[in-house]
Design a binder for this molecule. Structure first.
Ligand code: GLN
Length: 194
């Protein structure tokens, strides 16, 4: 079993370290050939426009989309979540469109550009410490998307920040930065189940 980590831009090394600490074999994915060797895929945080443009240039958008549609377990964090989604609230950028969601980029605004919070996550016994860095939230989601955690913004509105649609998991935050392996564990378990 090998977990591919999209290694075009962003904090892919942190995901690889975390997976390695769990004893999981990893592979840096930069081409469609690499992707064929992966049983699951992590799409890291970073800059979603850059990840999208590079994925387009390297001919990866079609192949990743196809694998996701075939049920490949996939975890997208922050920019990775944006790349998985259908569209963004404003502007156009290359996206996979496999997650039935409209995403607001940099949604938490300037005062709280980066912050940490303890999230209650459906299915996890203990709260999860979550690091948000210029993070997106989900503005709209489809009925097939399950909300696993939310955050309340400064105006008191609740927004999904961790969701699951089939075997796709997407988080606004960075589980790879806290050493908490539970989301990566969920990803690995869905390989076993596939
Ligand atoms: N703000 C970035 C974007 O829109 C995401 C930030 C992150 O991945 N930490 O792509």
């Amino acid at each position: 079993m090998t977990v591919g980590v999209l290694a075009l831009q962003g904090d892919f090394r942190e995901h690889i370290s975390l997976l390695t600490s769990m004893g999981v074999a990893t592979l840096e994915v930069r081409t469609a050939e690499d992707l064929k060797l992966a049983d699951a895929l992590v799409i890291p945080g970073g800059e979603s426009t850059t990840i999208g443009k590079l994925a387009d240039r390297y001919g990866l958008i079609g192949p990743i989309r196809e694998r996701c549609q075939q049920g490949m377990p996939t975890l997208g964090t922050c920019a990775g979540m944006i790349f998985l989604a259908e569209s963004t609230v404003s502007g156009h950028q290359p996206q996979l469109g496999v997650l039935n969601a409209v995403v607001e980029r940099n949604a938490f605004g300037r005062q709280v550009d980066s912050f940490e919070a303890d999230l209650t996550v459906i299915g996890l016994a203990e709260p999860m410490r979550a690091v948000f860095i210029r993070a997106p939230w989900m503005e709209k989601i489809g009925s097939d998307v399950e909300i696993l955690a939310t955050v309340v913004d400064l105006k008191g509105c609740e927004h999904p920040v961790l969701v699951r649609q089939g075997r796709i998991l997407a988080s606004s935050f960075h589980p790879e930065l806290t050493g908490d392996t539970r989301l990566h564990q969920m990803l690995v378990e869905s390989i076993d189940a596939s």
